[in-house]
Design a protein around this ligand. Structure first.
Ligand SMILES: *Cc1c(COP(=O)(O)O)cnc(C)c1O
Length: 448
């Protein structure tokens, strides 16, 4: 079964040919089909004797792959899309062929060493001390949860008698914070932003003091977002971090999307204050040109995370020495070395290329905002702080936005699902793809 037979060799050629073609040519947008429709075409693919590699590959390439929207299409500006570099994608093939285990230093030392250098780059840009460190987890959701669990453990040490804890964040914080709170069975203290949509330290301090005055609930972490997923707004990290630390509370920065721009000199000052974070996350699969799925989770003091997250079992004790075991820093055990495609691309291209690519998105976002402002039917919601451009279409109600979006995808022009802000429907371009050109934006705007 494991032999590299001529049949496997032939399949390898086909797999590589398909992968290379996918990398070389502009991907089609494609789009979803119903399960019923797909079943009618491919039937049940799980059979007693197996389809054989070639047939199974054909089912995928000819039918199933085409029922998946290309997240790296230059006019896919939905949610936060993805734009892995060719190098990162190619190296993912190497990772896939290598059966690397990324949970422990003993088994994956070389790979973990490389992942840690990539984490170091992010941590250094944020201004955390050399002792900082962490791990690549599946996504920002797991990253936020893992960090908050450590934060709560710290609070429990300080306040062993407190029965109820809460995490504080803005109303614009990502849904994963509420998700983490639900899993952890803690409350969420939602704090209003200022008129500009930013969380400010003054409001954070006041809200925490008011909540804690009753003596029943304690805030164990303050989460600042940099920037928000919907509009790309960066909270005032300096004042929010200070409000947290003045009260002895953990300061976590959720930069799943925006902290990528730490490497962009033109906006770096917007992140001032991140250096005080007790933990932060950033997803290389969003705006750092890595394939799914990779979130960099970094702790100021990784020892605190290790104390909380290390799993203990008789057969695992052999791994427990002073070496760096990635499993010890989040809610997971077995893990693929998901930071390696990011590392390879970063190592091969160098960090200047990353700065330039992120700056490019920022420039295209500014130009897109300008085009929206000039458009007779559109109203720009706000100047983009990072690379999300949000706007409304005059005279449209929610159904009109959805109809337009559906048609845009059906016509294979672009993928831009409607969102909302303050209860009003909006459209947004999330620009993270270096291949998204101003002409792509113009093409979309012509349909509005
Ligand atoms: C995307 C996002 C997340 C969640 O990250 P996943 O990788 O999708 O789990 C968390 N926070 C913010 C601000 C995000 O934009």
């Amino acid at each position: 079964m494991h032999e590299f037979t001529p049949e496997v060799e032939a399949l390898a050629k086909e797999v590589l040919a398909y992968s290379l073609e996918r990398l070389k040519s502009d991907p089609p947008l494609d789009g979803p089909r119903t399960a019923e429709d797909l079943f009618n075409e491919v039937g049940n693919t799980i059979t007693t004797k197996g389809l054989g590699g070639q047939k199974a590959l054909e089912v995928f390439t000819e039918v199933l792959a085409k029922a998946c929207i290309s997240t790296d299409h230059p006019r896919n500006l939905a949610f936060i899309p993805s734009a892995p570099s060719e190098f990162a994608n190619l190296f993912d093939l190497v990772v896939g062929a290598s059966a690397l285990y990324g949970g422990s230093w003993q088994e994956g030392a070389g790979a973990v060493f490389a992942e840690n250098q990539a984490l170091r780059w992010l941590s250094d840009m944020a201004g955390l001390p050399k002792s900082a460190g962490g791990v690549f987890v599946q996504g920002g959701t797991i990253g936020n949860l893992s960090a908050l669990v450590v934060a709560r453990a710290e609070a429990r040490k300080k306040f062993p008698n407190v029965k109820r804890f809460a995490v504080a964040c803005s109303a614009e914080a990502h849904s994963s914070i509420a998700g983490a709170a639900n899993v952890m069975d803690v409350d969420v203290l939602k704090i209003a932003t200022d008129a500009d949509g930013k969380l400010q330290g003054g409001a954070v301090g006041a809200a925490i003091d008011e909540l804690q005055a009753s003596g029943e609930v304690r805030v164990f972490a303050v989460v600042a977002t940099s920037g928000t997923t919907n509009l790309g707004i960066i909270d005032n990290l300096e004042s929010v971090g200070k409000a947290a630390h003045d009260r002895g509370i953990w300061f976590h920065v959720d930069g799943a999307y925006g902290l990528a721009a730490l490497c962009a000199p033109s906006v770096r000052p917007l992140f001032n204050g991140v250096e005080a974070a007790d933990s932060f996350i950033v997803d290389p699969h969003k705006w750092l040109f890595a394939p799914f799925d990779a979130c960099a989770l970094v702790y100021r003091n990784p020892k605190l995370a290790k104390d909380v997250h290390t799993q203990h079992a008789s057969y695992l004790e052999t791994l427990q020495d002073e070496s760096w075991n990635p499993s010890d820093y989040a809610i997971h055990l077995t893990r693929r070395v998901r930071g390696l495609p990011f590392w390879f691309s970063l190592a091969a291209h160098g960090v200047d290329a990353y700065s330039e690519a992120v700056e490019h998105s920022l420039t295209v976002a500014k130009q897109a905002a300008e085009l929206v402002r000039k458009h007779p039917n559109l109203e720009l919601l706000r100047e983009p702080e990072l690379s999300i451009v949000a706007f409304t279409r005059k005279g449209w109600v929610k159904a009109d936005y959805q109809k337009w979006s559906d048609k845009l995808l059906a016509d294979q022009i672009g993928f831009i699902p409607p969102s909302s802000h303050d209860g009003q429907p909006i459209l947004r371009f999330a620009i993270v793809n270096p291949w998204t050109k101003v002409s792509d934006i113009e093409t979309i705007l012509q349909t509005l």
